[in-house]
Design a protein around this ligand. Sequence first.
Ligand SMILES: NC(=O)C1=CN([C@@H]2O[C@H](COP(=O)(O)OP(=O)(O)OC[C@H]3O[C@@H](n4cnc5c(N)ncnc54)[C@H](O)[C@@H]3O)[C@@H](O)[C@H]2O)C=CC1
Ligand SMILES: O=C(O)CCC(=O)C(=O)O
Length: 424
Amino acid sequence: MAVTKRTSSNVLLDTALKNFYSAAEEMGLEEGLVEILSRAERKLCVSIPVTMDDGTVKVFDGYRVQYSTALGPAKGGLRFHPDVTMEECEALAGLMAWKCSLAGIPYGGGKGGVACNPLELSPAEKERITRTFAARIEPLVGAWTDVPAPDVNTGGQEMVWLMDTISKMRGRLEPAIFTGKPISLWGSKGRTQATGRGVATCVRELLKAAGKDVKGSSAIVQGFGNVGTYCALTLVEMGAKVVAISDITGGYYCPDGLDIQKAFEYVTNHPKHLLDGYAQPGLQKMAGEDILYLAADVLCPCALEGAINGKNGAKIQAKFIVEGANGPITPEGDAALPKDILVVPDFLANSGGVVGSYFEWVQDLGGFFWSEEEYNQKLLTLMADNFWRVWNYAKEHKVTMRRAAFLVAIKRVADAVKMRGVFL
Ligand SMILES: NC(=O)C1=CN([C@@H]2O[C@H](COP(=O)(O)OP(=O)(O)OC[C@H]3O[C@@H](n4cnc5c(N)ncnc54)[C@H](O)[C@@H]3O)[C@@H](O)[C@H]2O)C=CC1
Ligand SMILES: O=C(O)CCC(=O)C(=O)O
């Protein structure tokens, strides 16, 4: 009996499924496992009624998907964005399953979010949405069942509201259910910076693998939020020149190198954490998309999915792409890229975030906290080791790094499913 392949009108889910099926075929994965691993284990859709500041009631849609728990509790972020759908969450939850597997940490994959526009919400409205969402997904979350974390438009404050609501509902403190919390409330030193630092570490190792030095190289960073800012700051610390950055307000280009520390301070103090109005000598403002097509050694797409696609892939001039965002290149984009471009795939490059979350969870469970030096040393060693594991596998099997990462990751999850006998 041949497998009936799932498809989706959601680009991200369709991409995730295509990548999974073609890797599964290449590794000769047995049909039963293909069927199991091409579906999420559990999908929860909730409605979130909220009284807005003007007294009206609005109902938002929220989601939490547990794609796989074969290797451990479901793990992955919560996104607040108008485009959040069940399909998007399923795709991102699947990616989390492969990410945790590839990183060698004891987690499955999950993802969730709320379809809302945080730019249009007051802090009080955001708090009410977050707390009601927490109450509605309460049956799923737990330190040994499902451990959410920040993603697009969520951060430490949202994690505290979530933790506090669940703790009140259960009548006991539940710090290990959410990661990405502030340091003062059971968070970990280093977690905020972890994803971006990990992306920059992959840039450094990739350049090393190609016989080049990160020092003196030039980089473009798309998206100037959590991942993009710390990626850019770390690249500068490593001696690279960041020539262009962008966010939803547009592109900011300076051929001699941007003052990333200054731009970081600007967005930190901006009421909506945006680059709008940022200025420095030699700065050229341009359309956000156009920074993708500038000449530079490395391009780090750290915004949203689908940034590089069949329509614009051929225009990329950078020689190396390190994917900070989840799914920034569609399969059509991959095919359209100039042939000599090397790509480090998302679920390797941005795994510093979930590895950092794992360290936070370990500290919360033990109630004993590490120094930032210890955290970074463990994180960056693991990131570099994982980079080389995938690089060497790709060379040995003559495949792209994306395909190599899928083959390694799927095998670990499939072996766990087989050993646990989940499909009796
Ligand atoms: N925060 C984390 O620890 C992790 C995040 N990721 C992924 O990284 C990506 C970014 O996440 P965060 O930095 O956490 O989100 P964020 O909300 O902190 O920042 C997103 C940034 O992208 C910008 N942006 C959105 N659309 C854009 C566009 N069309 N062009 C240019 N900029 C645009 C926003 O203005 C903002 O600066 C997402 O794909 C997320 O899933 C992956 C691993 C971990
Ligand atoms: O820190 C985590 O648990 C997950 C972060 C995340 O959502 C991701 O890696 O895409």
